[in-house]
Design a protein. Structure first.
Length: 615
């Protein structure tokens, strides 16, 4: 007689987690036992592999080839209409101790989450191929780089990971030789049973984006889209890496990275954190309107910052591609992006023209007369809905960008001269302000709030706190993150200057006051002029004090040739004391949600703000 105790036990999710600690092959085998794919394929990131996967996806309707003369090597993917953005409500941080996840993350007890995931993952890859994707965040073997291995049953994810990260046998050899790696499991959650035909965009209505910070594991179920599924990006390079950084003395941030060259020939490196869909890609590829200035792109979404042996804060872009917002990207706003996208690009959820090219709102001033919208339906300019989804995106190699900086992928990174925080604020926040100190800069980062965009589910336009633009991406307690920033800064001999910007202030008629885009070079020029002044390279007066930080002194911000009235300029810098007093009250309430974990230095900065407003 067989009893329950004798019954062969199946591989559980906990077994998979345990196997990850014994090596990559044991882990891959255990994932396969749990999810039961038809085949397991190791990926080498080669062109042949990419071509074969693309041909396969064209066959299943996942990818539509665009016209090869208009858009060579490029494809359109249409996602399931319910799988178009990150799902923050289904994103979990499963730390042992709830307080380590902090009040801004969804916490689940790790054992309970393993049990829940186990139930959905059993057999979830039946009828599909499981791909094993060894990838490096940062140049392979670099001192600031980290390795991950993603298993996925989505060929779209494999091809996208090949663009966004460094995939290949060099990484595979490192993990096979025992290098530590972040194990990342991704399943679409739609097994193909009994010879059923596939759909172009398989996914599940149940979704989990789960992170286990102590064991550095990522488990993603049910979505094939962006940050939910390309696990090197937000899951690894931000949520897991932020925890690694906390433990090891570095920072993983939601920041673009640029090199700015002034007419003097001096070069500066600037990192900037803005919330999702608030202008990072655009600033990263900015074409300066100020004569003699040059901006080169190093990264557009994520930066890893680490104190260097020379006392500077060094930064790398851990990614290898851009997963950028399509709407609003046009020749007038971002010509470098337009050129980048001219070939070998995967577009997701944009509109299709009758000629077999792509279109989205903002690509041209006038919409084409006939399009196929992102859902596959006929569209005309009279249609009540946008042709492209507001969070439609392009996936493209960074190396294709005409403004990519020489040495952008230097494994040693670049030394930062300035750090910028920003958000989307119709009122209150000035065009630019400089922090009086590192502590003040951390306060600026900690108090960012921004109007919600389409990059994640939720009500667009609603004002929400987004400290360090990391609210959805910090893998540990946000207030601990602020403390970590204070500690990292305190130890730096050469601290970057810190600034806050806001391109999105509006007038009474609801129009943006500041022209933005290329004109943002004027603000960047003031930023690095201030860097020069802090180093004694300039002696003219650059700034005046205000309750919210240092503002450009009269004439210090170059507005020559701008169609901007004196009143409009004043409105961009107006600091309304009543609104700021309210802002301070809201900040106090926000800080209170973190209990006693808020660093005292931030409470002092808040008191300082109140005192300055009362003056
Ligand atoms: P994620 O990839 O989601 O992290 O977004 P991002 O921060 O890279 O934002 P992106 O540069 O893609 O810009 C998002 C939207 O903001 C686009 O529609 C842009 O056209 C718009 N935008 C960017 N810069 C400016 C600016 O200076 N002024 C105005 N008015 N809009 C801007
Ligand atoms: C963001 O939402 O900040 C993005 C897009 O950059 S995603 O990769 O989906 O997170
Ligand atoms: Mn982003």
């Amino acid at each position: 007689m067989t009893t329950l105790a004798d019954a062969p036990t199946r591989t559980s999710l906990a077994d998979v987690s345990a196997a990850a600690r014994t090596g990559v092959h044991a882990w891959v085998a255990a994932v396969a036992e749990l999810t039961e794919p038809d085949a397991v394929v190791w990926c080498d990131g080669s062109d042949d592999e990419r071509r074969a996967l693309i041909a396969q996806m064209v066959g299943t309707g996942t990818l539509l080839p665009l016209d090869p003369t208009l858009r060579p090597g490029s494809y359109l993917a249409r996602s399931d209409p319910d799988d178009v953005a990150r799902v923050e409500s289904r994103t979990f941080i499963c730390s042992q101790d709830q307080s380590d996840a902090g009040p801004t993350n969804n916490w689940r007890e790790p054992g309970a989450m393993r049990t829940e995931l186990d139930e959905v993952l059993v057999g979830s890859m039946r009828g599909r191929t499981m791909y094993v994707v060894p990838f490096s965040m940062g140049p392979v073997g670099g001192p600031l780089s980290q390795i991950g291995v993603q298993v996925t049953d989505s060929p779209y994810v494999v091809v996208s990971m090949g663009v966004m990260t460094r995939v290949g046998t060099a990484v595979r050899e490192l993990v096979e030789a025992g290098a530590p790696f972040v194990p990342a499991v991704h399943s679409l959650g739609m097994p193909l049973v009994d010879g059923a035909t596939d759909v172009p965009w398989p996914c599940s209505t149940t979704k989990y984006i789960a992170h286990f910070p102590e064991t550095r594991e990522i488990w993603s179920f049910g979505s094939g889209y962006g940050g939910n599924a390309l696990l090197g990006k937000k899951c690894f390079a931000l949520r897991i890496a932020s925890v690694m950084g906390r433990d090891e003395g570095w920072l993983a941030e939601h920041m673009l990275l640029i090199r700015l060259t002034a007419p003097t020939g001096r070069r500066y490196h600037v990192a900037a954190a803005f919330p999702s869909a608030c202008g990072k890609t655009n600033l990263a590829m900015l074409r300066p309107t100020l004569p003699g200035w040059r901006v080169e792109t190093i990264g557009d979404d994520i930066a890893w910052l680490r104190p260097g042996p020379d006392g500077t804060l060094r930064a790398i872009n851990p990614e290898a591609g851009f997963f950028g917002v399509a709407p609003g990207t046009g020749e007038a706003t971002n010509p470098a992006a337009i050129e980048t996208l001219s070939h070998d690009t995967i577009f997701t959820n944009v509109a299709l023209t009758p000629e077999g090219d792509v279109w989205w709102e903002g690509l041209t001033d006038e919409a084409p007369a006939h399009l196929t919208d992102w859902t596959g339906r006929p569209w005309t300019p009279d249609s009540p809905t946008p042709a492209a989804h507001p969070n439609s995106r392009f996936t493209v190699a960074a190396a294709q960008c005409p403004t990519i900086a020489d040495g952008w992928d230097d494994p040693e990174g670049v030394a930062l001269d300035a750090i910028v925080f920003g958000g989307r604020r119709a009122t209150n926040v000035p065009l630019v302000a400089q922090a009086e100190s590192w502590e003040h800069g951390v306060f600026m980062g900690a108090t960012i709030s921004s109007e919600r965009t389409a990059a994640a589910e939720g009500l667009v336009g609603e004002l929400r706190r987004d400290p360090f633009a990391m609210m959805p991406f910090c893998g540990y307690d946000m207030a601990d993150h602020w403390e970590h920033w204070l500690e990292v800064g305190a130890a730096l001999e050469h601290k970057p200057l810190v600034f806050q910007v806001n391109w999105f202030r509006k007038d009474e008629s609801g129009q943006f006051i500041w022209p933005g885009f290329g004109e943002n070079s004027r603000v960047l020029a003031w930023v690095v002029d201030q860097v020069d002044r802090s180093r004694g390279l300039r002696t003219d007066v650059g700034a005046v004090t205000s309750p919210v930080g240092l503002l450009p002194a009269p004439g210090a911000l170059d507005t020559d040739g701008l169609d901007l009235s004196v009143d409009a300029l004043a409105a961009l810098f107006e600091v309304d004391r009543d609104s700021w007093a309210l802002e301070a009250d809201l900040t106090q309430e926000f800080f209170a949600t973190f209990g006693d974990r808020v660093p005292p230095a931030l409470h002092s900065r808040l008191a300082h703000l109140r005192a300055a407003l009362d003056d």
